[in-house]
Structures are given as C-alpha cells and as structure tokens.
Design a protein around this ligand. Structure first.
Ligand code: M6R
Length: 609
C-alpha cells in the first residue's frame, strides 16, 4: 500500500533510496519516484512502472544530493500516471512530499487551497498536504507541517524535504506505518524494516500523530502539539540476507521453501521438556485462561483462513467456542463482547487497517486482545495486550505463504497450552501433540522435494480459466487458501468451498474443463464423505486433482491426479495440505508469464480500510 524510503546523511541519497525502494516494491509497483535536495534545489524524477524499468528509462540514480525521499505507489486516488506518481511538490518546488495513506477531507482542503490560488497538477489526495504545508510556512518547516497535519482527516505516513531547510528530513505518521532507522552520521525513514536492514538494525517506531525532525546526526520526535517526546530505540533481529531472494527466482518460491525452517523457529523457545512454555509470553493466570468463555478471531485474507483453522483447533482441543470474523466487517455490526470474550487478531504485517480497526472496536468494548503478528513493533502488536510473534522473518512475496504456516503453528501452540490448562488435554496428550509438531519440518521438506512432480501437474492446468477448490472440516479453510493463492498470482478465477456445499450450487459449473482441487487427506472424520463428493464431481465429468495422504491406495481409482502429503494428526493436516497448493499456484503463475511477487492490483500491507 505504497512504500516510502527517506535518507539524510553524507552519502549520495539516490542509490540508497532506490535500493530501499526495491525492498518495498511489494507494497506498490505501479509508479515510483525520488526527490533530492541538490545544490539548494529540489530535483525530482518519477514515472510509471516498476523501479528497474523507471531506472532504465529516466535514470533515477543520477539525482545528486545527500537528502532525499522516495516512493513506490499503489494507486488509491488518481489513476496510474506520471503526474500522480510521488513525490509531489508545491508550486515553487521548494517543498516535496511522499505519502502513504488516504486524506479523507482532501476535496474540502483542495477547494479551500484552490480558492487561495494554489495550483494542483495531480489528481491525488497527497498533493493537498504539500500545498497546505506551503500555505503555513513562515520560516519553520516543522511548525508548518504540524499546522497542516492538524487540518487533515485520514491516514498518513509521510516524508518531506524542503530546500528552505535543506539539512532536515521530516517524517510523520497516523494510522499508516513509518519507522526511523538510526545510522552513523546518517538516518533513514521507511514504511517497513526490509528497506533499511542493510544499513541499520536500530529503529524508532513512530506512533500516531508523531512528527520527527531528522538530521544526519539526530532524531527529535514531537507530538502533534509540538512537545518533544522521548522514544525508545529498538533492535531488529532480522538480518539483511533474509530480505534477499537468496538464489530463488522469486520471493514467493523462496518463502515457500523456507517453511520447514520457519516452523522450527516459530516453535523454538516455546517448548521445553514436553511442555508448551507460553506462560511468560501470554502472562495470563490459570484462572484467567479457565475463565475464557469465547474467542473472536479477527483477520483478513490468508490470516483469516488461518483463523478458521484455529477455530477447529481451539474448539476441539481447548473447548473454547470460537467465531472467526472478517476484520473489515467486525465493527459494522455491534459485536457482543463480555468479560469472558477474548479477541485474537491475526496479521502478518501487523498493519492491516481493517484488522487494526477491529481490535480498536474490541478494545472499546473492553476485550482482552491477543495478536498473532509477524512484524515486530507493528501497529497491531503495539495495540494488543498480548503479542505472540510468528517467527517467519520478512515476508516479501505479496502472496502470503510462510506467514500462514507460522500463524497455524502459533495457533496450535496456543490451543495445546490452553487445552492443557483448562484440563482437556493431559500430560501424555501434550507430549503426543508436541511429537506430531516436531515431525512437521521434515514432512514439509519431503513435499518440497517433490517440486518437479508438482510442476508437472501445473503444466497440465496452467491454461485453465477456472478452478474449484474443495475441503471439509479442518481442511475447508485450506481449500479457501488454495483458491486464494491461485487467483492472486495466476489470475485464474478460483473458488474455495466446503466440499459438501458444492452440491448446493457450484456443482452447476462442473464439466470437463473444470479442474477441481480436493483436499482429500485420509482421516477417520471426513475422508469417506470427501470420497463421495469426489464421485459427485466425477459423475459430471470434472477433473479431480486431489491432495492425498502418502500410502492411500483407495483414492487413486476415483481421482485423476494425486499430490501427496505425509501422514500427521488430523489437526496438523492443514500445515501439510497447504504446501502443494502454494507450489501449484506458484508454478502456474510462472507458466502463465506472471510475476508472482507482484500480482497485479495487489499490495502486501493493506493500510486503508
Ligand atoms: O498482513 P495481514 O496478514 O494482516 O494481511 C492480510 C491480507 O491482506 C493478506 O493475507 C492477503 O490476503 C494476502 N495477499 C494473501 O496472500
């Protein structure tokens, strides 16, 4: 949802900004641009397209100057065009700005500014900010920014430079993420950590309505009234290499292949001597855990699918009723939250605006909030009572893969922990559950090792126009996730359905052109029923690609294609079944000539509601 990088220091800014921006391209890739202060003047280069192409066409790197801001855009207000690309500047070209977010009262502000003679040259909401700052400038850029921000409704992360004050970089945020990176005789701003990881691992998280005045040697942070605030400097544990492709063709593929390691790392430190050791992280007493009467999960997209798997886990093993809500819908009802209700927010980025809004609604109603988040220090993490971090490392691919499996791991650990404290799982069962969990990394690796076999299947289906994904029980959300992955990166229309629901409508779509992907792993719950659903598909000429348990001899005669996963407990099957579906979607996307890291129209962190 747009990426921002800013630099102030002793080095040439442009190459540093381009490098940082490339790490944020997952946030927006329809246009990009840079502004620097060179010889007391603002110089701007921007264009539509991806950064590499823009660099080739107009040479962003050639901009001189040691202070600069940059932006990659995911269009909200105004079409994709050079004029609408950031940075924007005022008429005299002595103030320039990059922005991520939405200014809700921009029409009103634009009318007001136009009536005062300010001329606009883009269709963006962002441009009002730069003219507003200009209108308030009376010799102190920070004061002008503060006055402008007080008039703005909506969300913003912004970077600003001014040739009237050339040794300063200004940053501000409200609802959209922005961090400050602390270097040696240089400082940075960025929308996300990967942009600056190769420069520093020391960061300050700006909070809502905070403004930072940054020089090469100093960072001062102020509240919206101009009072100075003391901020903590955090150390980031991720290293720069984690944000590189590491020899893989795409981040998505790298992230799929990282899953065995990510799972081990998410588990590490949370199990000891056959016990789940979440006590310290969660901080709830046994009595508080026993008193939980209901859990509401709020999340979006893939994280919402993780929530549905969590619903199966928590209800079955911890005996807590769970409702899984689209975060975007949650606050438009009047959700009933009493003191036995706990809210779990799931988010890779920790910045998804809808999920953030949902937890704020829950907080208003006095719910305790646990978040399962990947990005340390993100807004959702900071606004939760308890944070359980997934340790997936930076996820750059827009299509979420390793974050999903790590979310399932945290949900599983939480479930077994709650279940044992609530007296529904005894010591031996905890031991068995941990044993099952420990099998996963090697089992997932064995699926990844079958990449050529999965690729072969992708080759047979990459030209299809539609696909139906079916699953039952705990694998129903995996059908949803498989379909989401396929549509995100391949642009093939795909629907995920509970297998038995198919006969209540989607069955009308089935013919020999329609591939039906069925999660049909062997268990003693839904397997037989799924076999019946498969026969219903076959009777109508559909082609069935089934995710099956290795060694299952029965299913072969009913389906056209098998993708195998090893056997584990029913509750952990989703972690295995999802892997071939991620790979299938990835290979199909590549065969169709798509770049799976930058699916069209999508952005990694959706920071607008
Ligand atoms: O960062 P979050 O987990 O909150 O993001 C939620 C969704 O936007 C995200 O899962 C989205 O659906 C992905 N593109 C899925 O691959």
């Amino acid at each position: 949802m747009c990426g921002i990088v800013g630099y102030i220091g002793e080095k040439k800014a442009a190459p540093i900004l381009i490098k940082g921006l490339k790490k944020l391209e997952y946030r927006g890739y329809d246009s990009a641009g840079i502004a620097t202060i060179d010889n007391g003047k603002i110089a701007i280069k921007k264009d539509i397209g991806k950064i590499d192409d823009i660099e080739k066409n107009i040479g962003l790197k050639s901009l001189d100057g040691c202070v600069g801001i940059s932006h990659c855009r995911w269009a909200t207000h105004g079409k994709v065009s050079r004029e609408n690309a950031h940075p924007h500047c005022n008429f005299e070209k002595n103030i320039s700005i990059v922005h991520n977010g939405i200014i809700e009262n921009y029409t009103e502000l634009k009318n007001k500014l136009e009536s005062k003679g300010f001329k606009f040259c883009s269709e963006t909401d962002t441009e009002v900010i730069v003219h507003l700052v200009d209108s308030y400038y009376e010799g102190d850029i920070k004061e002008a920014v503060i006055k402008a921000l007080k008039e703005i409704d909506g969300s913003y992360a912004l970077g600003l430079i001014s040739s009237k004050d050339p040794d300063k970089l200004i940053a501000a945020r409200k609802e959209s993420p922005l961090i400050i990176g602390i270097g040696e005789k240089e400082n940075f701003i960025a929308s996300d950590v990967p942009a600056i990881l190769n420069k520093t691992n020391k960061v300050i998280y700006l909070d809502n309505e905070e403004i930072a005045l940054i020089t090469k040697d100093k960072v001062d942070v102020f509240d919206i009234n101009g009072s100075k605030i003391k901020k903590k400097v955090h150390k980031i544990e991720w290293d720069a290499e984690q944000a590189e492709k590491g020899g893989y063709e795409h981040f998505m593929l790298k992230e799929i292949f990282e899953q065995p390691k990510v799972i081990s790392e998410t588990v590490e430190g949370r199990i000891s001597n056959d016990e789940i050791t979440l006590k310290k992280e969660i901080g709830l007493t046994k009595e508080e855990i026993k008193k939980i009467r209901r859990i509401i999960v709020v999340a979006c997209g893939t994280s919402w699918h993780a929530g549905i798997v969590g619903e199966f886990m928590l209800e079955e093993l911890a005996k807590i009723p769970v409702e899984v809500e689209y975060a975007s819908e949650f606050r438009y009802r009047d959700p009933i939250i009493d003191d036995g209700t706990m809210v779990i927010a799931i988010s890779q980025s920790g910045e998804t605006a809808d999920t953030l809004a949902a937890i704020r609604e829950a907080r208003k109603k006095k719910a305790k909030i646990i978040s399962i988040v990947n990005v340390i220090g993100s807004a959702i993490a900071r606004e939760s009572d308890i944070v359980l971090y997934t340790k997936a490392g930076p996820e750059i691919g827009v299509a979420s893969t390793k974050a999903f499996t790590s979310q399932l791991i945290v949900l599983y650990l939480l479930t077994v922990y709650f279940g044992s404290i609530r007296g529904f799982i005894d010591k031996q069962q905890v031991k068995n559950r941990i044993r099952d969990l420990r099998m996963l990394p090697l089992q997932i690796q064995s699926i990844l090792d079958e990449k050529n076999y999965i690729k072969l299947h992708a080759k047979q289906f990459y030209h299809k126009k539609n696909a139906l994904y079916l699953g039952r029980g705990i694998n129903y959300p995996i059908a949803l996730e498989g379909a989401l992955k396929l549509k995100e990166v391949s642009y093939i229309h795909a629907e995920g359905y509970p297998a038995a629901e198919m006969k209540h409508g989607p069955i009308a779509l089935i013919d020999k052109e329609m591939p039906i992907v069925v999660v049909a792993t062997k268990d003693n719950r839904t397997y037989k029923k799924v076999l019946s659903n498969i026969q219903e598909v076959k009777a109508r000429g559909g082609i069935v690609i089934a995710i099956v348990t290795k060694g299952d001899k029965e299913i072969g005669k009913f389906v056209d294609h098998n993708l195998y996963v090893p056997k584990n407990s029913y509750i952990l099957t989703p972690l295995l079944a999802v892997i071939p579906l991620q790979m299938f979607a990835y290979y199909i996307a590549v065969m169709r000539g798509n770049d799976p890291d930058y699916p069209k129209n999508l952005a990694k962190s959706v920071c607008v509601e």
